[in-house]
Design a protein around this ligand. Structure first.
Ligand code: IPM
Ligand code: MG
Length: 350
């Protein structure tokens, strides 16, 4: 198993180091190779996704990514921003299916800002399309028209792009509670009218799965009102970006949430859902659990090693039950630990 490790910026190197320790502790035949992505790559190679990284990432079976970005690169031209590296690796590797689970661990019920009864037992999966939509649509830009500046982007989906992500959502639902909620804005946007039409067509191939539709504004509201009504939510790139951040907070901390971005052959890029947290970078305070859980997703989806994925997830549950907490999930009466100690605890639990 060839894994390309991209620690990235901010807390990225600290949290990926813990996930790598976990992978190495397991009885797996893995080859790990590190490369640069994001701001660190801009500093060294003047490119957020340099040639050498492209080669390694393309040759690997899976990519483990920390996080990219930081204030020092925010005023760079768009092509030289860390986020651009992330968008390019997604696009160039064809990673169109982004799976973002939001699971509330019973031990962390108090970490959510919502009432415990609203979120207890929460287990939803957001399936976000990742290589299309307004993120990549042409034309785009800022230009002067009639003596003033105008900014414009294009929301666009072809039916084949919609169909393949809907298949991912339905297949995931078949292994879960057999419910798919497709999120669109068909009352205003033609692009998402097509989304809804294609969702209905694809659903005919999955008679056991119940398909519902929701407008994105209502979906945002329902996520905080009654999140447990959802099993799998599927939506486009931009709505998925927004709704997945919202869903993460139902669980109390974005520091717990892994994600997988898959191509058509289950090659994948695995990363925590959170960002590079420059404010706590280098201090050993970051929560490595989302990255460790991302490594578990890697074993499940790319390497079809369900048993070892469950072993890692079991170890994470155990350290939470033992009371270990990084600052983001700390509450009084628990043991506050740093990044390395949390990694140690997971290794001990394994
Ligand atoms: C995410 C992030 C990225 C996105 C940014 C950093 C480009 O917000 O992965 O959700 O918008 O997709
Ligand atoms: Mg986002």
């Amino acid at each position: 198993m060839k894994i390309c490790v991209l620690p990235g910026d901010g807390i990225g190197p600290e949290i990926t180091a813990e996930a790598v320790r976990v992978l190495k502790a397991l009885d797996l035949k893995i080859e790990l190779e590190e490369a640069l992505l994001g701001g660190c790559a801009i500093d060294v190679a003047k490119d957020p996704f340099p040639e050498a990284t492209q080669k390694l990432a393309k040759a690997a079976d899976a990519v483990l990514l920390g996080a990219v970005g930081g204030p020092q690169w925010d005023s760079n031209p768009r092509e030289l921003r860390p986020e651009r590296g992330l968008l390019r690796i997604r696009k160039e590797l064809g990673l169109f299916a982004n799976l973002r689970p939001a699971i509330l661990y019973p031990e962390l019920a108090n970490a959510s800002t919502l009432k415990a009864e609203v979120v207890a037992g929460l287990d939803i999966l957001i399936v976000r399309e990742l290589t299309g939509d307004i993120y990549f649509g042409q034309p785009r830009g800022i230009e002067v028209r009639n003596g003033e500046r105008v900014g414009f982007n294009t929301m666009i989906y072809s039916e084949s792009e919609i169909r393949r992500i809907l298949h991912v959502a339905f297949a995931a639902a078949m292994k879960r509670n057999k419910k798919v909620c497709s999120v669109d804005k068909m009352n205003v946007l033609e692009c998402t009218q097509l989304w809804r039409d294609v969702a209905i067509e694809v659903s005919k191939e999955y008679p056991e799965v119940e398909l519902s539709h929701m407008l994105v504004d209502n979906a945002a509201m329902q996520l905080v009102k009654a999140p447990k009504q959802f099993d799998v939510m599927v939506t486009g790139n931009m709505f998925g970006d927004i709704l997945s951040d919202e869903a993460s907070m139902l669980t109390g901390s974005i520091g717990m949430l892994p994600s997988a971005s898959l191509d058509a052959n289950n090659k994948g890029l695995y990363e925590p859902s959170h960002g590079s947290a420059p404010d706590i970078a280098g201090k050993g305070l970051a929560n490595p659990l989302a990255t460790i859980l991302s490594a578990a997703m890697m074993l499940r989806y790319t390497f079809a090693n369900e048993a070892t994925a469950c072993r890692i997830e079991g170890a994470v549950k155990k350290v939470l039950a033992q009371g270990f907490r990084t600052g983001d999930i700390y509450e009084s009466g628990t043991k506050r630990v740093g990044t390395r100690e949390m990694g140690d605890a997971v290794l001990a639990a394994l």
